[in-house]
Design a protein around this ligand. Sequence first.
Ligand SMILES: Nc1nc2c(c(=O)[nH]1)N[C@H]1C(S)=C(S)[C@@H](COP(=O)(O)OP(=O)(O)OC[C@H]3O[C@@H](n4cnc5c(=O)[nH]c(N)nc54)[C@H](O)[C@@H]3O)O[C@H]1N2
Ligand SMILES: Nc1nc2c(c(=O)[nH]1)N[C@H]1C(S)=C(S)[C@@H](COP(=O)(O)OP(=O)(O)OC[C@H]3O[C@@H](n4cnc5c(=O)[nH]c(N)nc54)[C@H](O)[C@@H]3O)O[C@H]1N2
Ligand SMILES: [Mo]
Length: 756
Amino acid sequence: MTQKREVPGIRPYNSPAGGWGALKATAKAVRDQMDVTEAPGLLLRTNKPTGFDCPGCAWPDKEHTSTFQFCENGAKAVTWEATNKRVTPEFFAEHTVSELLTWSDYELENAGRLTHPMVYDHASDTYRPIAWEGAFARIGDVMRSQPDPDMVEFYTSGRASNEAAFLFQIFAREYGTNNFPDCSNMCHEATSVGLPQSIGIGKGTVSLDDFDECDLIISMGHNPGTNHPRMMGTLHECSRRGVPIIVFNPLKERALERFADPQDPIEMGTFSSTRIASSYYQVKIGGDAAALKGIMKAVLALAETSPDVLDHAFIAEHTTGFDALVADINRTEWADIERVSGLARADLERVAEIYAKSKATIVAYGMGITQHAKGTANVQQIANLLLLRGNFGRPGAGICPLRGHSNVQGNRTVGITEKPTPALIEGIERAFGFTAPAHHGHDAVAAMQAMAEGRSKVLICLGGNFSIALPDPELCAQAMRKLDLAVHMNTKLNRSNLLIGKESFLFPVLGRTEQDVQATGAQSVTIEDSMSMVHASRGRLKPASDQLRSEPAIVAGIAQATLPNSKVAWMELITDYDLIRDKIEVVYPDFADYNERIRVPGGFRLPIGPTERVWKTPSGKAEFKLFDGLNEDISLSDGTILKLATIRSHDQYNTTIYGLDDRYRGVFGRRDILFMNDKDLKAKGLEHGDLVEIETALPSGAKRLLKLTAISYDISEGSVAAYYPEANCLIPIDYQDKESGTPSYKSVPVRVSKAA
Ligand SMILES: Nc1nc2c(c(=O)[nH]1)N[C@H]1C(S)=C(S)[C@@H](COP(=O)(O)OP(=O)(O)OC[C@H]3O[C@@H](n4cnc5c(=O)[nH]c(N)nc54)[C@H](O)[C@@H]3O)O[C@H]1N2
Ligand SMILES: Nc1nc2c(c(=O)[nH]1)N[C@H]1C(S)=C(S)[C@@H](COP(=O)(O)OP(=O)(O)OC[C@H]3O[C@@H](n4cnc5c(=O)[nH]c(N)nc54)[C@H](O)[C@@H]3O)O[C@H]1N2
Ligand SMILES: [Mo]
C-alpha cells in the first residue's frame, strides 16, 4: 500500500487488534451513552447465568459460567441499548418526519430510546402518542379488512427472543400466511438451505469444546475482531496451543493477523500480542469455491500416493456422491482455479498438505461465503472438504457458520420460516388446534418485491430496519410508501420507521438489558447461540420508560385485536413465559422439559444429527454437492470490472452506526470510503484519496452510481470494498443467490472511474 498523499481521516493502524485501544474504545462507548457509575455493574452481568445475553453476537460462552469476557463491541451493543438518551413524544413534536429523514442513520439512533407508542399523523407530518389498546384495535381493524392474508408481511430481525418469535409465527399462521421475511434471508440463508442438503441440518455442528481439541482452523469470509469479538478469545487460545489458523479473506483484517487479549495481563502489560493467522490468503472476492475446489483437487492428488489422506471408511458408510465430486474436481483446471481464486496452486497445495495431516479440522465462515450469487453452493463446498476426511461426528471437527444476530438461529428453530414443514404444521395443530397454512410464503426479497408491486399492503416488523438492510434503497422506500399499514417494534428510531404509507405505528420495546415484569412477576426469555445452546436471559435494568412493553406482550396484543375467535389464549400466555415455552415444547419435541432445562446454568444443547453421524437428508447419508463451474459470472470479467463487497466497520451493528471510525482499517471520522488495491488504482489512473464514481456493471437494469473516496488498501487485486448500508444503492433487489434468496451483497460487479 502506498498512502503517500495525506487523506483526511486515513492513517495506517499499526497496533494489534484488541489491547489498550479496545479498553479505550469501551470507556468511550460508556461515556457517550451511559451514567458512568451504572455501566460497570451492567457490563458485569453480561452473559452470566443469572444475567442477560449479550445482544452483540451469537458466539457462545463456556457453559455460561465464565467470568465476564471483556469485549469492546459487546460493550458498544449494551451501552447503545442502555443509553440515557430518550426519544419522547416531545422529541417527535419538535421534528417532523420529513426533517428526520434528512438526519443520518447515526443521528437517528443516537437520539436515544423510544419511550411511547406512537402513530403517524399526516396533517402535522409527525408521530404522535397513542394509547396501546387504541393502537392495537386500529391495527386489528386494518388486518381484518385485508382481502387476503398473504397481503401481510411478518418481518423478524434476529434479536427477538424464542418466546417473541414463536408467538409472532403462531399469530401469522393463525391469521393465514407464511410470509416471513427475516434478517436471516439476508444473512445465513445459504447455510439454512445448503447444509440441510449436505449434512441434514442447517446449523453449525461444533461446540466450544471442539475448539479445545481441533488441530486446524480454516477461517473464511468473516471478521471476528469486529463482528464476533468473543471468538477472538477462542482463536487466541488455539493459536497459543499451536493450532494452525488458515485465513481466506480478500482484505487484510488486523484481528485475523494479531490480537492482544485485553484479559491477558501479560500482553496488556508488555504491549505484546499473539499472531492469529498462520497463513493469510487474500482470495479474490467470489473466489472461495475455486479455492476450495483447488484444495480438494490437491487432497485427491495426495490421496493417490497416500490413501489415508481420505477417510475411505467414512465416505463409504456415511456419504453419497463421492464419485461425482471426484469427476467434477478432475474436470476443473488449475489455471481456472488460480485465475478465479487469485491464489497460487502451490499455496492451495500447501493448505491441502496441512489439512491432510490434521486429525480434526474446523472450518468457520461468515458473510464472505454466504452473500454471493452462489452462496449456497459455496457453503456446500466447505461441507465437501470436511466430508473428505470425515470431519463430522468426531471431537474437534466440524463446520462453524458464524451466525449474525444473537438469536437469529433461535428464531429459525421456533418457526420463523416461509416454508413450513409438515412436522411444524402438525405441531401447531397439536398445540393450538388450528391448521396452519402449508403454501410457501415470502422471504425478505420476495416480500419487498410484493410491497413494491402493491401485492402486499401490510408490514409488521418485530425489530430491525428492513428497508435499509435490503439492497436498492430507492425501490424499498417506494415500497414502504405504498403500504396501507406499517407496524414497527423497535428500541430505537431508524429510517424504516420514517418511510410512511397510509398508516404507521411505532412501538417501543423492552431490550435485553431491561426487567420484563408480567402478571406473575419478572420473566426470563430464551436465546439459542451459534452452537445450538439454548439458555435463559434476564434483564435487570429499569426500563427506558414505564410505557415500554415486551415483544411477546405487543405481539399478543396485536394478535388478540386481530383474531377475535383465536384458538390461542394470548393474554394468558404472556402472564408467565413458562406457558409460552410449554407450547414451544408441544410443537417441537426437541425442547422436551424446556422449562426445567433452562433453569440449569448454561441451559441445554439442541440435538445436532451430524455430531452423532446421523444425516437427515433424503438419502439418509451426507451428500457431496457439486459447484457448477467456478464462479457465477465469469462472463462479466471484461478486464475493467471489479468486484465490490459491502462490509461492516468496527463502529457499527448492521444498520446501526455507533460511530464513524473503523479503527483497525485505519479509517477515522468518515465512512465514504472505497478500499482498493494499489494495482487497480494505477490501472485506472487513480491515486490514493481520489474521489471516484462507482457504477454497477450488471448487463441490465437501472443506472446505479455512488461517489466515494478511493484509498489504497491491502485487498486482493480486482476486489474493492465499501461500507454497508451506504453502498446498498449499487445492488439491484433481485441480484441474489437464486437457491437461497440471499442478496449478493459481497460480489457486485462495478466500474470505478475518477469523479468529474
Ligand atoms: N459489532 C458488530 N457485530 C456484529 C454485526 C455488526 O454489524 N457489528 N453484525 C452481526 C451480523 S447480523 C452478522 S451476519 C455478522 C457478520 O459478520 P461477518 O461475516 O464478519 O461480516 P462482514 O463485515 O459483512 O464481512 C465479513 C468478511 O468477509 C470478507 N469478504 C468479503 N467478500 C469475501 C469473499 O468473497 N470471500 C471471502 N473469503 N471473504 C470475503 C470481508 O473482507 C470481511 O472481512 O456479525 C454479527 N455481529
Ligand atoms: N449491503 C449489505 N447489506 C446487508 C448486509 C451486508 O453485509 N451488506 N448484511 C445483511 C445482514 S447479515 C443482516 S442480518 C441484515 C440486518 O437487518 P436488520 O436485522 O433488519 O437490521 P438491524 O440494523 O440489525 O436493525 C436495527 C434496529 O433494530 C432495533 N432493535 C435493536 N434491538 C432490538 C430489540 O431488542 N428488539 C427490537 N424489537 N428491536 C431492536 C433498533 O430499533 C435498530 O434500529 O442486513 C443485511 N444487509
Ligand atoms: Mo446477519
